[in-house]
Design a protein around this ligand. Structure first.
Ligand code: NAD
Length: 335
């Protein structure tokens, strides 16, 4: 399906589910972008879930989002249980505005929901020549180091900077060995997951996606990844007023209330300490790319390069819609 046709369909579905045209458009843009960068686990595979949460009144389709200005640089947003895309869109715009005015912005968001890809928001700041840190917490998936119970989300860590070239540096990584969405897709399509990324509910290694969903995911790099997940939970949840410590509800399985996810956006000008950042970042990347390469490696990539390439090669192609997703779309349009 063509990009603009898909976007129109998603907008129609969200409007049917009581979102305003503007909010439906924000959600559709984010979901189509996820498909274009190849992040299918954060794209259309979640459409039905968002609509179900609206139907069950745990996402508010008509939120009254409040922005509390704490200082010229700092804003606190109460998203009123909006769909995460809308809260994050308002949040990143506020952060860009504050940082452009004062040099640095801190925006905390509470009462939000799942917002998709952190990098999508970092890219918006980077397009305005700003540096960004983007944090969000997520429902329990990772067992804290030493525990047999999931508590931390896959809590992505995201950092973006302009590079003085058309490809931004966007490090956007979950702190689990594998992203939970990929396990969900594997469970749905019956494919095996890699070894050493998850344990079953008894603590035994598994490659069965369903067993992994019932068990625990493993953090990257043992206690180091567990520490990063914990840090993101503190910054996004404890600090902003959002849920934390395992209290974020799973959007697919738990409809007993809103998720109250927290996000934290830190955005700043690149020339706060030096007036030649553009030259310095270019030199930095050049030095690393010139290093001797391992056998079989053609180019040392910086984070974000792959995704940029994927987006640009997909943008004029048809977006493939799987049979399952087609059924979801048909179902949602028929309601
Ligand atoms: N909203 C949520 O609750 C939530 C939770 C978890 C993950 N996510 C999102 O899921 C997405 C996928 O996360 P992921 O952990 O699967 O990412 P990933 O493993 O695909 O990529 C992680 C990072 O590594 C970089 N990278 C990949 N290959 C590279 C290479 N060869 N050389 C250098 N860098 C390279 C990528 O550009 C990226 O910045 C992210 O956008 C994340 O924000 C969202």
């Amino acid at each position: 399906m063509k990009k603009h046709e898909l976007k129109k369909l998603i907008i129609k579905i969200f409007i049917k589910h009581k979102l305003s045209k503007n909010h439906a458009n924000i959600c559709a843009e984010a979901l189509v972008n996820a498909e274009l960068v190849g992040a299918h686990s954060h794209g259309l595979s979640r459409l039905k879930m968002y609509c179900e949460r609206i139907n069950k009144k745990v996402i508010n389709p008509k939120p009254k989002i409040k922005i509390k200005k704490i200082s010229q640089s700092i804003s606190h947003i109460d998203a009123n249980n909006s769909i995460g895309f809308v809260a994050a869109d308002i949040g990143i715009k506020e952060a860009i505005k504050n940082a452009t005015k004062t040099g640095i912005a801190l925006v905390g968001i509470k009462n939000s929901g799942h917002y998709g890809l952190s990098g999508y928001y970092a890219e918006q700041a980077v397009k305005k020549k700003l540096i960004a840190f983007i944090f969000t917490n997520a429902p329990p998936a990772i067992a804290p180091y030493g525990s047999l119970k999931s508590l931390f989300g896959t809590n992505p860590v995201c950092f973006g900077t302009p590079t003085n070239s058309k490809i931004p540096f966007i490090l956007d990584t979950s702190v689990s060995m594998i992203n939970r969405g990929k396990i969900r897709v594997a469970a749905r399509t019956g494919i095996k997951i890699p070894k050493e990324v998850a344990l079953d509910k008894f603590g035994n290694p598994t490659t069965d996606a369903k067993e992994a969903l019932a068990g625990v995911q493993l953090p990257i790099a043992g206690f180091k990844g567990s520490g990063l997940a914990w840090m993101v939970d503190i910054l996004s949840g404890v600090f902003t007023g959002g849920n934390h410590g395992g209290k974020v509800k799973d959007p697919f399985d738990d409809f007993t209330g809103p998720q109250n996810i927290g996000h934290l956006f830190i955005v700043m000008k690149s020339n706060i300490f030096v007036n030649n950042y553009n030259k310095r970042i270019k030199e930095n990347i050049k030095r690393i790319k010139k290093l001797p390469k391992l056998k079989g490696v053609k180019e040392i990539l910086y984070p974000g390069q792959n995704k940029f390439k994927r987006y640009n090669s997909n943008i004029y192609k048809e977006i493939k819609i799987s049979e399952n997703i087609s059924k979801d779309i048909e179902f949602l349009l028929s309601k």
